[in-house]
Design a protein around this ligand. Structure first.
Ligand SMILES: [Zn+2]
Length: 254
């Protein structure tokens, strides 16, 4: 049994066949899903899908690449949503230094305000850290939270260790399936297994064997096999350990 710790099930790419996608995942043992939001406008949809489909948990947050569409009052709206008590985490939040059209200072402001909310509600966070690991770590030191997941992790060994030391698990998925992703594959092979969780990030980051296709949560079962091969262990161990890690990181029911 696998947990997909990062699935954008509300994405338009799934509008035509959402139930089929979830069933296909469950059929191959991917039975639980964590659905992060990316802006205030999609929180209700994420909550509804989470309630509709078995095995789902959800998070509320404002993604760094969506801050251009956000306004400062959205932090107050997010506080109201978190006060409902349905979200397991604040996410997807963080920083992204790859997309240049988003003002870094504006990203920083939303990230810091959301770290404060995570502290206020004592919730873990689901982090987006693309090309911004050190800046994310800097703000985590100033605003310590109770841990969570650094999703689609693509940093150095030292940065990985810094997240682990702050109580974080690191998310691995489609990127690990590419032979050319040497750094990510080396991390997946060598980090302590207790620090790793599996994720699809579907519909994004499709695996090497379907690089042009829509990614799907069912692929998490294959990602587990790739991880097992990279580490030279059996897939049952990967399943049990990564599942326990996800449950611990987000305080999910066992
Ligand atoms: Zn995401």
């Amino acid at each position: 049994m696998f947990i997909d710790t990062h699935l954008h099930l509300d994405a338009v790419e799934f509008d035509a066949d959402r139930a089929t996608v979830v069933n296909a995942a469950q059929h191959v043992g991917v039975t639980r899903f964590v659905l992060p939001a990316v802006e205030i406008a999609n929180c209700a949809a994420v909550r509804e899908l989470s309630n509709q489909h078995p095995g789902c948990a959800h998070a509320f947050g404002i993604h760094p690449l969506y801050v251009n569409r956000a306004e400062e009052a959205d932090i107050e709206r997010l506080r109201g949503l978190l006060a409902e008590g349905t979200a397991r985490a604040v996410g997807e939040i963080g920083l992204d230094a790859y997309e240049e059209e988003t003002d870094p200072a504006y990203q920083d402001w939303f990230f810091i305000e959301q770290l404060k909310l995570a502290r206020e509600f004592d919730l873990p966070v689901i982090l987006h850290t693309r090309r911004a690991q050190d800046r994310v770590l800097k703000y985590l030191r100033r605003h310590p939270v109770r841990g969570g997941i650094a999703h689609a992790f693509n940093g150095s060994v030292q940065q990985a260790q810094a997240f682990i030391d702050r109580g974080f698990k690191l998310g691995f998925g489609g990127a690990m399936t590419y032979a050319g992703s040497t750094r990510i594959r080396a991390l997946a092979a060598s980090l302590p297994l207790r620090a790793i969780v599996l994720e699809s990030d579907a519909p994004d980051i499709p695996p090497a064997w379907a690089a042009q296709a829509r990614n799907e949560p069912a692929n998490v079962a294959q990602f587990a096999r790739v991880l097992a091969e990279l580490r030279g262990i059996d897939v049952a161990t990967v399943a049990a350990e990564t599942r326990a890690n996800a449950i611990q990181a987000l305080g999910l029911p066992d």
